[in-house]
Design a protein around this ligand. Structure first.
Ligand code: S3P
Length: 174
């Protein structure tokens, strides 16, 4: 394994790029556990991300992400961690683990969601994916930031999660 803090692998990238599916493929190939920061926040708050945004606002959600980031840094090891698309704002991302940026174009991400099992649900549950023009501007704004935080960049457009998982296993010598 390419050495990294706590032996964690962080899957970072824009909404809908396939972090969850990839984490499940990596689980099949490795001895790691897998967790998702959105799932943790939904458990903490006992409600959906959508409702947290509606009732408490985005700033509240970002604070919850910061809380989770501190727990990840100090308590989590040997784990594949899928982070929400905006989670990179936390101060300690690099202390949590090896950051893999799953890079894709906006159009490829939208195609991926549209050809998935329940596209409507996937769009609906993401408050920042309601207005396509705004979402496109957001990915363009974030792309350079993702690059800054990435230890490894992987092109994902048009690739199956199983193939990306194999690529990661080889690259990180897992
Ligand atoms: C967000 C991405 C979402 C979720 C929230 C905000 C973002 O996670 O954390 O809706 O700011 O990009 P996914 O990237 O898993 O969709």
């Amino acid at each position: 394994m390419v050495s990294c803090k706590n032996n964690n692998i962080i899957l970072m990238g824009f909404m809908g790029v396939g972090k969850g599916s990839l984490a499940r493929e990596l689980l099949k190939l490795s001895n790691y556990m897998a967790i998702d920061t959105d799932d943790i926040i939904e458990s903490m708050e006992n409600t959906s991300i959508k409702k947290i945004f509606e009732k408490e606002g985005e700033a509240y959600f970002r604070e919850a992400e910061t809380k989770v980031s501190l727990w990840l840094e100090h308590s989590v090891k040997n784990t594949i961690i899928s982070i929400g698309g905006g989670f990179y704002h936390v101060d300690n991302l690099k202390n949590i683990g090896h950051v893999i940026y799953l890079e894709s174009s906006f159009d490829a991400i939208v195609d991926r969601i549209k050809s998935s099992k329940n596209p409507e649900k996937k769009f609906k549950k993401r408050p920042l994916l309601q207005d396509m023009a705004k979402a496109k501007a957001l990915i363009n704004e974030r792309h350079p930031k993702y690059l800054t935080y990435a230890d490894t960049v992987i092109q994902t457009a048009g690739k199956k999660s199983s193939l990306i998982a194999e690529e990661i296993m080889q690259l990180l010598e897992l």
